[in-house]
Design a protein. Structure first.
Length: 370
């Protein structure tokens, strides 16, 4: 069975998110006997035509020249190429910049799309962009033979909004067991004596609410903000909280071992995401034995259940910072249960099996005619 994976900048992963998913899927599917093609941006750091058995197809990607508009051209180029590849299945990871070209998808291949999160809810977008994103979402549903949801919340949304069934397949993670306290020395930190968040610095990730709580609590512990702050919103946050000396904007970190160690040794790990499905950074925090304080919404509760503490506002954040200590016995069962979930529900081997079974199942179903 030949599978083409579209919708990412490519593999091996240099970016995170869907690129990491594509990498794990490619390796896992190859191991299970599938033939795999992965589409890469022409300027991806990896320029070979094979990667660990996966065929790599580079397509022109003018995003570096045109910004977001370039993504639409890149996706068009990928779709035009995959029409020539005689694939059994085309897996789209996301729909935002590809769905307008859905009518060009190869007729003989079965198209299945991971619908990702609710992009149109992101506050950084103008009303016009949000309107387009909802339209693109509807096209993603229209031009796909089958849909994949990476959270129960997204699955329910697609059923309620479009009357469309979707296969629930979560994002994956791998249990982190190689903790090394030496990593902390580079940041002048001591184990369990700092708190942190890792996120894109965007309003829907609750960054300002969390930092308002940090300022209000005024505890004598560093608070790390990990994420690119060289943005308009990032600069606003740095200016607003410049007098709160506990808050340290340390920029983006792209070494997963460093990130996992910082999570592992934190007192509280804050997860403020409010948009989307199974967030990769949340699973990585669970896999890193983090004590998680999450924004209180359905997406996070579907994953964490009772195995986290939650916040709705800055007062909740401040209260947790003042009163919660990682070592307390009441939190140890949360940590153990989250690690169990990674092993039993979210391990990448399990996720790849679910994708493989999904592909086998959908090939048995009559293809939709657009």
């Amino acid at each position: 069975m030949k599978i083409a994976i579209l919708g990412t900048r490519g593999i091996p992963n240099h970016y995170g998110g869907f690129e990491q998913c594509a990498e794990y899927l490619a390796l896992g599917l190859l191991k299970r006997g599938f033939e795999v093609i992965v589409y890469n941006s022409h300027n991806h750091p990896y320029q070979e035509k094979q990667w660990n058995g996966a065929q790599i197809v580079h397509c022109y990607d003018p995003e570096h020249k045109l910004g977001t508009a370039g993504q639409f051209i890149y996706d068009l180029n990928c779709i035009l190429d995959v029409r020539k590849r005689n694939c059994d299945i085309v897996l789209q990871l996301g729909y935002t910049s590809s769905s307008i070209w859905g009518w060009l998808m190869p007729r003989k291949a079965v198209i299945t799309t991971n619908m990702d999160g609710l992009e149109w809810k992101r506050t950084k977008y103008s009303e016009k962009v949000k309107k387009f994103l909802r339209y693109a979402e509807s096209l993603g549903v229209k031009y796909s033979d089958h849909l994949i949801s990476d959270s129960i919340g997204i699955q329910n949304y697609l059923k309620e909004t479009y009357k469309s069934e979707s296969a629930y397949i979560a994002y994956g993670a791998t249990l982190f067991e190689n903790n090394n306290p030496d990593v902390l020395q580079n940041y002048a930190l001591k184990g369990y004596q700092y708190d942190m968040l890792i996120a894109r610095l965007e309003p829907e990730n609750s960054i300002e609410i969390i930092l308002d709580g940090v300022a209000k609590a005024n505890v004598d512990r560093p608070f790390l903000v990990v994420g690119n702050h060289d943005t308009t919103y990032g600069k606003y946050l740095k200016e607003k909280f410049s007098s709160c000396l506990q808050i340290q904007f340390i920029g983006g970190i792209y070494d997963i071992t460093v990130l996992n160690n910082l999570r592992y040794y934190s007192n509280i790990y804050f997860h403020g995401h409010t948009v989307g499905g199974t967030n990769p950074s949340l699973l990585e925090a669970m896999a890193s034995n983090s004590l998680i304080c999450a924004n209180d919404n359905d997406f996070n509760r579907y994953i964490l259940g009772n195995d986290a503490i939650y916040f709705k506002n800055a007062d909740d954040v401040a209260n947790h910072l003042v009163n919660v200590k990682y070592e307390e016995n009441q939190f140890q069962s949360m940590l153990s249960e989250n690690k169990r979930k990674i092993v039993d529900e979210f391990d990448w081997e399990l996720i790849v099996d679910q994708y493989a079974n999904h592909f086998k199942d959908i090939l048995k179903v009559k293809k939709t005619t657009f």
